[in-house]
Ligand binder design. Structure first.
Ligand code: ARG
Length: 586
């Protein structure tokens, strides 16, 4: 469907063209001063600079042309030549009808015919998911939902950390503990037991033990390095043991992701490109792109104009193991072959910026990326009240399920405080608390600008007032209940606007297309949060000012109910893009 800004951009573009100027000058955007007018165009100022025209005089000519058009209800010139615009009520009413009938409910088709690979989640085998992976999961999931809604073919990949030194550390730890000798016996070449020698709980304890041992003892570290290289070289016992580690972890992780409502198209990992690495390295060597440096094989990625020195990307270490950068580079080769994407997004902590810079540059040098644009979508840390990365009370890493349990318990407490659900079954109350708990976490995370750090303040993020997930769920539930009481009428065919509150609501509803496009373009979930919150607030103003169910004029009542229906549909959709579910009642 065509957005109001697109309609206006065409009109204003025509007006500039009629003045003999470029139609691109007619770009209309949602105003950043909605108190003055809902739309603005800065083209006259731009023309003034480029063509040395008096901007105010030009703006007056454009305004004169626009005021003759029935679509435009208001055109004003502000300051040196800004054009402030509004559209006629009939245009708004028609727009609402179009929105209600649109099968895509206002989503732009920005991704038509294009594929995006989104690499997010990124947990590591044998380690519990921590808050860093939580942010990646929540932001990445929101982006995959948004891109899908906007018509992209999305391929999401969890990209497990399953191939690095940690694997060798655990293998040599298991060997030393003597708990599964069969995997280490050089006289045995399999078959190996189907049963895993470790549980998830044991793995989670094994890894910290192994890692501490390697920190304390250089000989242990050396053994772990060798085990990693042997694993990667294909030693059968190590591979068999490692497969158990991966499988056990995957089971635990998929449960965790399920509890967050996050899914992936692909459960690949760093190890998935194992077979592509030797030919890739040969190719890089043959083309003179990789060279030996102190026993290692590296790709030089620094550029003359770099402000900070960028170290080379190490492909192979002196003892033969490959690294995180090697697998990431080979994964680009794989993704380009398998998906031929227009875009690959890596939703990973911004502290890994240097790593991605190295990998992307190496991919460009080697021409691996094809048509794909590569982008690191970084994010800041979620901190505890002390301003340091979020920890448990005991000071340990905050695991995902601890955090969910905490937020759910808080949600339960709040529901009781609000007197919500006192007469519902325990099962329903539990289900509501779960949805509210998840909404608390997700909205808190997504509403902050992705790149900034933020403090996770459960108290604040779980209230039913203010800009929170629970507030928006509650707003949606309230509209559901109004519509239920009215017998769930079919909404939005012919909405007539009767008041300033309805008009404000209509403008916000019709801004959806633009917001979805900009949020995609900027990879900015917080824009969806801002939008949903503003929509709920405008709805509240409308609801407070007007009768709906008790309205005696049937025509008016029907129009208002249809507006309610449309608000609910849009709010539910945007919450869904945020990964937030709306309970049937609260
Ligand atoms: N496993 C990594 C970590 O825990 C994140 C992986 C991100 N994805 C990637 N392709 N490098 O830091």
């Amino acid at each position: 469907m065509i957005s109001l800004t697109a309609t206006l951009t065409r009109l204003v573009g025509d007006a500039f063209a009629a003045e003999g100027l470029a139609r691109e000058l007619g770009l209309v955007q949602i105003s950043d001063r909605p108190d003055l007018a809902p739309f603005q165009c800065n083209g006259a100022l731009v023309a003034g600079k480029v063509a040395k025209i008096n901007p105010r005089a030009l703006a007056e000519k454009i305004a004169a042309r626009l005021s003759a058009d029935p679509t435009v209800s208001k055109v004003e010139i502000a300051g040196p030549g800004f054009l402030n615009l509004d559209v006629a009520d009939e245009i708004l009413a028609r727009g609402l009808g179009d929105l209600a009938r649109d099968a895509r409910l206002g989503a732009p088709d920005t991704g038509a015919g294009k594929t995006v690979v989104i690499d997010f989640g990124g947990p590591n085998v044998a380690k519990p998911m921590h808050v860093g992976h939580l942010r990646s999961s929540i932001i990445g999931d929101c982006l995959q939902r948004l891109y899908r809604a906007n018509g992209w073919t999305v391929v999401s990949d969890v990209h497990l950390g399953d191939w690095g030194l940690q694997m060798g550390q655990m293998i040599s730890e298991v060997e030393l503990e003597g708990r599964a000798p069969i995997y280490f016996d050089p006289n045995i070449a399999g078959p190996y037991p189907d049963e895993a020698p470790v549980t998830m709980e044991e793995l989670e304890m094994l890894y910290p033990r192994a890692s501490a041992a390697c920190k304390a003892d250089p000989a242990r570290l050396e053994a772990a390095r060798r085990a990693t290289a042997d694993l990667q070289a294909g030693r059968t016992g190590y591979r068999a043991l490692w497969r158990h580690f991966v499988k056990v972890s995957e089971e635990g992780l998929s449960r965790e992701f399920a509890s967050l409502g996050v899914t992936f198209d692909l459960w690949k990992g760093e190890s998935s490109v194992d077979a592509l690495i030797p030919p890739m390295i040969e190719d890089l060597k043959a083309r003179g792109l990789a060279r030996e440096s102190e026993g290692a094989l590296v790709v030089e990625v620094a550029r003359e104009d770099d402000k900070k020195p960028l170290p080379p990307l190490i492909l192979v270490k002196s003892e033969g193991g490959v690294l995180y950068g090697t697998t990431d580079l080979a994964t680009i080769v794989e993704r380009v072959r398998a998906q031929n994407p227009a875009l690959i997004l890596y939703v990973v902590d911004h502290r890994q910026h240097g790593h991605f810079e190295q990998v992307f540059r190496a991919a460009q040098l080697a021409g691996f990326a094809g048509q794909a644009e590569l982008e690191h979508v970084g994010y800041g840390t979620m901190n505890g009240p002390d301003g340091r990365p979020f920890k448990t009370r005991a000071g340990g890493v905050m695991k995902l399920h601890d955090l969910i349990a905490m937020a759910t318990a808080e949600a339960e407490k709040r529901l009781v405080e609000q007197g919500i659900g006192a007469d519902y079954s325990v099962a329903e109350r539990t289900e509501i608390a779960r949805k509210v708990g998840i909404a608390t976490i997700k909205f808190a995370d997504l509403s902050h600008q992705r790149t900034t750090d933020y403090i996770f303040d459960l108290e604040r993020f779980s209230t039913f007032e203010g800009k929170t997930g629970p507030y928006l769920q509650y707003a949606a539930v309230r509209i559901q209940s109004i519509l239920r009481k009215a017998g769930n009428p079919v909404h939005g065919i012919n909405t007539i606007l009767h008041s300033s509150e309805e008009r404000a609501l209509a403008l916000q509803l019709l801004a959806l297309t633009d917001v979805l496009a900009v949020a995609e373009d900027k990879r900015a979930p917080h824009m969806l949060c801002d939008y949903a919150f503003e929509l709920a607030q405008r709805f509240n103003r409308f609801y407070t000012a007007h009768h709906i169910l008790s309205e005696s004029d049937e025509g008016l009542k029907a129009a208002r109910l249809s507006l309610c229906g449309l608000v609910l549909a849009v709010l539910t959709k945007v919450l869904d893009l945020l990964g937030i579910e709306v309970p049937a009642r609260m």
